[in-house]
Ligand binder design. Sequence first.
Ligand code: SF4
Length: 359
Amino acid sequence: MGKSPNDLGASYSRIDLNDQNRILRLLANPGGEEARQVLADADRLRSRTVGDKVHLRGLIEFSNYCRNNCLYCGLRRGNRKVARYRMTPEEIIAAAEHGASLGYRTVVLQSGEDPAYTAETIAAVIRDIKGLGLVVTLSIGEREPWEYELWRKAGAERYLMRHETADPALYQRLHPGQSLEQRVALLKILKQLDYQVGTGFMVGLPGQDSRTLYADLELALALNAEMVGIGPFIPHPDTPLGREAGGTVELTCLMVALTRLALPYALIPATTALGSIDPFGREAALQAGANVVMPNLTPRKYRPDYQIYPNKICLGEEAADCRGCISKRIESLGRRVADDPGHNLLWLQRRVGSPVAGS
Ligand code: SF4
């Protein structure tokens, strides 16, 4: 594994991130004493680099149509049990307005890969939301490079597109018709376009082992990702992987911690998937290096139909309740909700040339 941007992680970690054999042994025992020390190291490093504030991103899941057929996903095109919906641009902007009124500084526009939304439609939505003073993160999958460029020019500043697994053969099995090579090429294009780029992966996928997880870390580091989302695999009964075992909180949190040590300034969410397999899963991630939470801003009538994995939490809550609930959870850890836009500090530094905390 190469060096961290400023190698701070190495000085905080009691284990050498380049010592692959040691990391593999660690991953084989995620509940052990050494793993607990790694979580504590990552938590201290997080406090030093990105501070104690937690950034909230309001998630708007605006379409559950998807042209892809990912084996693990409840929204895959082959799942005929899903009631499909598309929000209109006006509905998306109204949800963003509601988010702004609740104090959110960022909205994440997420959907399946749905070509029904033209590049121009998305660009117009971005411009309107920017007019509300919000940061726009896109999470809408693989599109043409010129479209990414158009949206960047329209004002979108972040793009989330997880690589899901760094094993090319497993990637191909899980994503029929797609390739890891293509995914990584698009992530690099997004970097060139000066987006803050988010990748990430699932923990506990069938066919994954500790070596795959080490490769996931290496890939996130090679991309110098500004954001890394890590969630447990949760089997969805209406998919081909419905009978497989799911990932665990322990191993997922250990991967969050190792990611923090590898990328000291990354924005790392405590994923909703973790909160869905354990009532305190998000708190556990926040104490293992995470510094972002993504409460749901999708209108309540659509939420039950957006389930990439089953038993997702907060399907019935109003957006205001979600925000209140998550704020209390954050404060219970002695942390506080950030009121700034929550950009990646290294990305900001590249733009304005100012030094970052802890470097
Ligand atoms: S994971 Fe994303 S791209 Fe794959 S089927 Fe689900 S919504 Fe579509």
